[in-house]
Design a protein around this ligand. Structure first.
Ligand SMILES: C[S@@+](CC[C@H](N)C(=O)[O-])C[C@H]1O[C@@H](n2cnc3c(N)ncnc32)[C@H](O)[C@@H]1O
Length: 187
């Protein structure tokens, strides 16, 4: 079931790969390469910005998002045989491949956000559902640690306990301090 209250438009998400964020994207790509992850599932992928940065690497990318306008734009931008996009809700989406790496980039606060009708009590409950469902070996989480007006992650402590690596970035974006966590699940 599609549970979005407000369909984002691609230009509203352009900041996620604006120049100041590049250092974060390069860090995420290094984490993927270190774990030798090949099949990458990007949950709430928007327009699939990772693909601008993951160069000189052999991978399969699978992105889904509940926003039709984002997925339409992603399909318009990316026309490569290893990149796949679907418009789908995380409760309904079925993934038939081994998931080496699951990306949760700015999506966990949407577990119970006013922007969507998602019904998880908190971001960690959503995280557990996604790990149980897609069984990734590696999970990379990128969140906003603090910001006055925008969506920042509630209950970050639960994620810090399970992460094998945590890196913080203060970059000049409009959206506050970022934290990137790498979780190796042993699945
Ligand atoms: C802040 S954006 C993050 C975009 C991107 N991952 C990035 O790199 O920043 C959150 C995305 O989650 C998507 N989303 C929200 N609820 C969803 C759901 N139930 N299933 C799939 N995607 C969802 C929204 O449409 C939006 O594109």
């Amino acid at each position: 079931m599609i549970r979005i209250r407000r369909d984002y438009q691609p230009h509203e998400m352009a900041y996620v790969h604006s120049e100041p964020t590049h250092v974060i994207w390069h860090y995420i790509c290094d984490l993927i390469k270190q774990q030798k992850s090949k099949n990458i599932l990007d949950v709430g992928c928007a327009t699939g910005a990772l693909n601008y940065f993951l160069k000189d690497y052999d991978y399969n990318y699978f992105g889904f998002d509940v926003s039709k306008s984002m997925i339409d734009e992603a399909k318009h931008i990316w026309d490569e045989p290893n990149l796949h996009f679907w418009c789908a809700d995380w409760d309904d989406f079925e993934f038939e491949h081994n998931c080496d790496c699951m990306l949760l980039l700015g999506v966990l606060p949407y577990a119970d956000s006013k922007y969507c009708d998602n019904n998880y009590v908190n971001p960690f409950e959503l995280y557990k559902m996604l790990v149980n469902k897609f069984k990734p070996r590696q999970v990379i989480i990128r969140e906003t640690e603090s910001h006055d007006d925008f969506v920042s992650i509630e209950g970050l402590e639960s994620f810090l306990k399970i992460a094998d690596h945590v890196e913080r970035f203060t970059v000049d974006t409009m959206l506050g301090k970022k934290v990137v966590l790498n979780v190796v699940t042993d699945i």
